[in-house]
Design a protein around this ligand. Structure first.
Ligand code: DI6
Ligand code: FE
Length: 405
């Protein structure tokens, strides 16, 4: 049996089972042709195994590479001033209605070249990679016009090539109403459906379509029109749902067979039932909850009871979650939302993979899956969630290639 890499003297947290970490103590894992070729107890390594490279993990832990399944990583400018305004008492919606918020980032992003956007986003991606991220979803949504949306998505793809991680791109043209369309939201949705989305799709730049269904975003009826156009092109849908109010967004995206409903602070139990029926993943975003000083909690107990998979993600964006530590988000998902540590880690691996439709490719340690791995100097996988600020990553691999973070 041939292997390109054999990682030995390692404990495995496979995250492959419905509960727990899937611990394999004193284990080993072999990689061949970018895939996990074998894993198990080191004492049971096949005698015929020949490895081109051996990694002595010195008793560390190997987990699936982490997956950040909801980010707005590619943008220009800073909204630090708005965060200070909120600390001084201003509301996020008021800043948005006054032309700040998302539209402030739209102005900066429209003015930025692809080179400038990539230079701005690269340190953010490197920081996430130091937290063990090997797959990341990156949305557009700070262009709100065809050329800039395409530029954002091209930069997202270029980041994946430059840094070696797997990037999934999401078209979020329905993030906010651009100033040119003020008072004409339905016309903007028509533009999205008839021009922008087809152009993005023709360029092969979108793996999925997202929208912001909210009082300060788009209505359920407008969201449904967008989703119909996406599905006509064969693109999966997901939704920023019920973040600031309950518009039954989670039920809407579940009713469309969508990949995920994201945020979900105001999601009702009826919507949770719709998600369970459809197999739609709940993506929890504690960074935005924390940053906006929200008090309304996502319905974690109801999601758990209904068996809805819960993912946890950074929502990295300049306005409501200006951070690049997925591990910190796992800690916050437990402290703020009541997840258990093993649920949080599954939320950044197995369930995050499902939220991107990648569950047969990555998200757990299993023979045949992509060799997306993170090696940590920790005593137990719970340490990744319970502690923060340590950066315990020793190494990581995407498709069997070592990453340089
Ligand atoms: N919800 C979010 O958390 C981000 N977008 C959204 O619809 C925030 C985007 C921003 O404020 O720039
Ligand atoms: Fe978001």
């Amino acid at each position: 049996m041939q292997a390109d890499i054999l990682i030995r003297n390692v404990h495995l947290a496979t995250l492959a089972d419905a509960a727990g970490y899937g611990e394999v103590h004193a284990g080993a894992l072999a990689v061949h042709a970018g895939r996990i070729a074998w894993l198990g107890r080191e004492s049971e390594l096949p005698a015929t195994l020949q490895a081109a490279q051996e990694v002595d993990a010195q008793g560390g832990w190997l987990t699936p590479g982490l997956i950040d399944c909801h980010t707005h990583l590619v943008y220009a400018g800073s909204r630090a001033n708005e965060i200070e305004m909120r600390w001084a008492g201003a509301a996020y919606e008021d800043i948005a209605r006054a032309g700040g918020g998302i539209l402030s980032s739209v102005r900066a992003t429209r003015a930025a070249s692809a080179t400038a956007l990539q230079a701005a986003a690269t340190p953010r991606l490197r920081a996430l990679m130091r937290d063990g991220v090997t797959t990341i979803e990156i949305k557009s949504g700070y262009g709100l016009e065809t050329a800039t949306e395409i530029r954002q998505l091209q930069v997202a793809r270029a980041l994946g090539l430059a840094c070696g991680v797997r990037v999934r791109t999401t078209f979020l043209g329905a993030h906010a109403l651009p100033p040119e369309y003020a008072g004409r939201a339905d016309d903007y949705i028509t533009l999205l459906c008839e021009e922008m989305l087809p152009a993005v799709h023709a360029a092969g730049l979108a793996d999925a379509v997202d929208g912001f269904c909210e009082g300060i975003g788009f209505s359920p009826a407008q969201t449904l029109r967008l989703f119909a156009a996406a599905q006509a092109l064969g693109l999966p849908v997901k939704l920023h749902a019920d973040q600031l109010s309950d518009l039954s967004g989670a039920a809407l995206v579940a009713g469309c067979g969508g990949l995920s409903a994201d945020h979900m602070e105001y999601t009702s139990t009826a919507s949770v039932a719709a998600m369970a029926k459809a197999g739609t993943v709940a993506v929890l975003l504690p960074g935005a909850f924390y940053c906006l000083k929200e008090t309304r909690l996502p319905p974690v107990a109801a999601l758990r009871a209904a068996g809805v998979p819960m993912a946890v993600s950074s929502d990295c964006n300049p306005g409501t979650s200006p951070g690049t530590s997925l591990l910190l988000m796992l800690h916050m998902a437990c402290t703020l939302f009541g997840l258990r540590a093993e649920e949080a880690l599954a939320g950044a691996t197995r369930h995050a993979a499902r939220a991107l439709g990648l569950q047969s490719e990555t998200g757990c340690l299993r023979a045949g899956l992509s060799a997306d791995l993170a090696l940590w100097a920790i005593n137990h996988p719970r340490d990744l969630v319970c502690e923060f600020g340590h950066a315990p990553r020793v190494a990581s691999w995407c498709c069997g290639r070592a990453l340089d973070a």
